[in-house]
Design a protein around this ligand. Sequence first.
Ligand code: ZN
Ligand code: ZN
Length: 367
Amino acid sequence: MAQYQPDHYRVLGVPVDAEPKRLKEAYHRLSRVYHPDLRGGSRAATERFQLIAAAYGELSDAAQREQYDRKLVLMDPLRLVDDPRAERALDRIDGLVGRLRRRPKALPLQKRGRDLRVKAEVPLHVAALGGIWPVAVDYETTCGGCAGIGTTEPELNPGCHVCDGAGKVKVGLRRQLQTCNFCHGRGEVLLAPCADCSGSGRLQDRRDIKVKIPRRMRDGATLRVRGAGERPIGGGPPGDVIVTAKIASHPLLEVRGDDLICQLPLTWTEAIGGCTRQVPTLSGPQRLRIPPGSWSGRELRIGGQGMPRQRTGRGDLRYILLLDSPADLSADELSQVAQLESRLGSERFARRVRFVRALDELDPPSE
Ligand SMILES: [Zn+2]
Ligand SMILES: [Zn+2]
């Protein structure tokens, strides 16, 4: 891996559009810190001083600086151009931006953006019948406030004293290069981080994308939305969004094979006298007629309104009636119910009568 080399502007701790006067000030300030004579000939300080001198040497000459800026654009496009918002920040560097715009094809960066993976819950009716469903995706974008550099005041950030601005340090017996822990590879200490991104140079942006849900979607299905992923820095085709889609459980409808089951509780008068009730279906509520004399466990079936079948058609939507009862009847209330029941006579409860007869035949009384 190539060693991280801070560019001339970073070495001097100045913004890319710094005036010559500011370059000179930075050079004098840093020389006073890193001059080998003042640092007892320390090798790190000497190397650092050489970088500072080389940076100033090149940037202090207008023609050489222009050439260097051109090279910098190619070396590190992130530094100077990224998304449209960054361009506003770059407008200050008029000359440079002008040159960039004239030669967009010179940027050798046409790699595809990153794919983004997200999890989503799809409601049952969309998962069954198919349709478009919005899914929230977190995008990382370059911070417009600092153009991705992490600071708007580079001159306030001193070079890192741990890695001497290299961003890497040598560790272990084999002197392997590792990212500097102190500056996280920046080569400078971020004393003045950008207020918008806290110095990361990136911002999170949550947006909804429209995902096409197929009919009869499987729970946990993987759906790919082409071109909705991250846009690569410096231009190029965007990546994809890969959605792992879970079917959200419905509060009232339960999937059983191709059928849908709904438990429908009724009061005594609704069940005994019959009624019309509002019931859920996959395509919104509809009215269901409950015939009089209904009992708990009775099934009312609407054909073709269940889950889509493998090939064609749909299963059934089955409403299972439940005769609900209050659990807290007073003794008085209970005796009123008992009075009515005894007036009716046990013979009026047809299913109960059939049950008792069948039981008697099953187990005749012994002689
Ligand atoms: Zn460091
Ligand atoms: Zn920022």
